[in-house]
Ligand binder design. Structure first.
Ligand code: SAM
Ligand code: SF4
Length: 359
């Protein structure tokens, strides 16, 4: 079965896909996955909260919203030296992408944004892919991030348009799509996905994928978060997402957007290693890891670098070096430049060395 890059998925088609018997669905997703990606490679990313808490928005899931008492203390914008230090430790652990997250509604054209642009330049110079998730962006701000060399911009649509307005009232779905349109006017790659476990229906999940797949080209990276329930937020008592729903969502995302990186993001820590391995088989080829036990804030736990290295070793996967996504035009050029064989055969140390040598 050859994959095609489609932008016109219908809801009945997606329902059909989603209803495929699970292991058959995983098998189909795994077959498509290897047509576009090196099945032994996993991109490992690190999220750095460069500005934490006191966000004016009311996202019902978020530990950083000032509307809810979640115990997350507000912190000012992090010093660049501290960001570079964390990024260096992440790189040493095999991380190839660093994501700078700010609890802002939107970017403001002020010295804080200038400081973030500086962070982007310095961390990119370390040979790492840099992603920013700073809230809403206008076109000029997107261009400034592009000029600073930003590799990716994250802005999640989170769910279907209908369901979105039940979890966030301080901005609209159209606002989200507008920021994504501004990102698409640059050469930066786009990272956009959403969350399952918010109380949405399967149709909401599928409508989210339908919306994302209508973006041309597809978002290069699609995070699938599992709701991390945070005490003090309106969704703190939501039911857990059954593991089969997670695997199914990863597999359908892989089939709908075969070239994109599918990121198994928040909530992965709750999945046992076997469930994670099934998600990897179904096409999840990117994870977040951390030197601390949490992702962005202490309210959202994360697996550690050591635990993830052990998991990848156990399932026979290697960490993907930066900028060598097999689909990026740079992949062939880089492979040639360093005389890399076909990536799957190389041990992690060689991949890292080779990538650093050319970064
Ligand atoms: N303030 C930026 C924004 O809203 O776009 C960045 C927010 S956060 C770093 C990026 C994404 O993480 C959010 O858009 C949401 O999809 C996801 N997220 C945040 N809190 C979460 C939680 N408790 N559980 C699961 N996903 C979460
Ligand atoms: Fe603010 Fe982003 Fe959290 Fe929403 S998800 S409350 S915009 S930090």
């Amino acid at each position: 079965m050859t994959a095609e890059l489609r932008h016109d998925w219908t809801l009945p088609e997606l329902r059909n896909l989603h209803a495929t018997p699970l292991l058959e669905l995983v098998f189909r997703a795994a077959s498509i996955h290897r047509q576009f990606h090196n099945p032994r490679e996993m991109q490992v990313s690190k999220l750095i909260s460069i500005k934490t808490g006191a966000c004016p928005e009311d996202c019902a899931y978020c530990a950083q919203s000032s509307r809810y008492s979640t115990g997350v203390d507000a912190e000012r914008l992090m010093e660049k030296s501290k960001v570079v230090e964390i990024a260096a430790r992440a790189k040493a652990a095999g991380v190839s992408r660093v994501c700078l997250g700010a609890a802002w509604r939107s970017v403001k054209d002020n010295d804080q944004f200038d400081r973030v642009l500086d962070m982007v330049r310095d961390v990119t110079d370390m040979g790492l892919e840099v992603c920013c998730t700073l809230g809403m962006l206008n076109e000029a701000q997107a261009k400034k991030l592009e000029a600073a060399g930003l590799y990716a911009y994250n802005h999640n649509v989170d769910s279907s348009a209908e369901f979105y307005e039940t979890i966030i009232t301080t901005r609209t779905y159209a606002d989200r799509l507008n920021t994504l349109a501004n990102v698409r006017k640059t050469s930066m790659t786009m990272c956009s996905g959403g969350i399952i476990g918010l109380g949405e229906t399967v149709d909401d999940r599928l409508k989210m994928l339908q919306t994302l797949a209508q973006i041309q080209p597809h978002p290069e990276s699609v995070p699938i978060n599992i709701l991390s329930k945070v005490d003090g937020t309106p969704l703190a008592e939501n039911a857990d997402v059954p593991v089969w729903d997670v695997i199914r969502m990863i597999a359908v995302t892989r089939l709908v957007m075969p070239r994109s990186d599918v990121r198994l993001t928040a909530g992965r820590v709750k999945l046992d290693p076997t469930a994670q391995a099934l998600c990897f088989l179904a096409g999840a080829n990117s994870i977040f890891s951390s030197e601390t036990e949490f992702m962005l804030t202490k309210a959202v736990p994360s697996p550690s670098y050591t635990a993830d290295q052990a998991l990848l070793d156990a399932v026979g996967m290697v960490m993907r070096p930066p900028f060598v996504n097999p689909n990026s035009p740079r992949a062939a050029e880089l492979a040639e430049q360093v005389g890399l064989g076909s990536l799957p055969e190389l041990p992690v140390c060689e991949l890292k060395r080779a990538a650093c040598a050319v970064a």
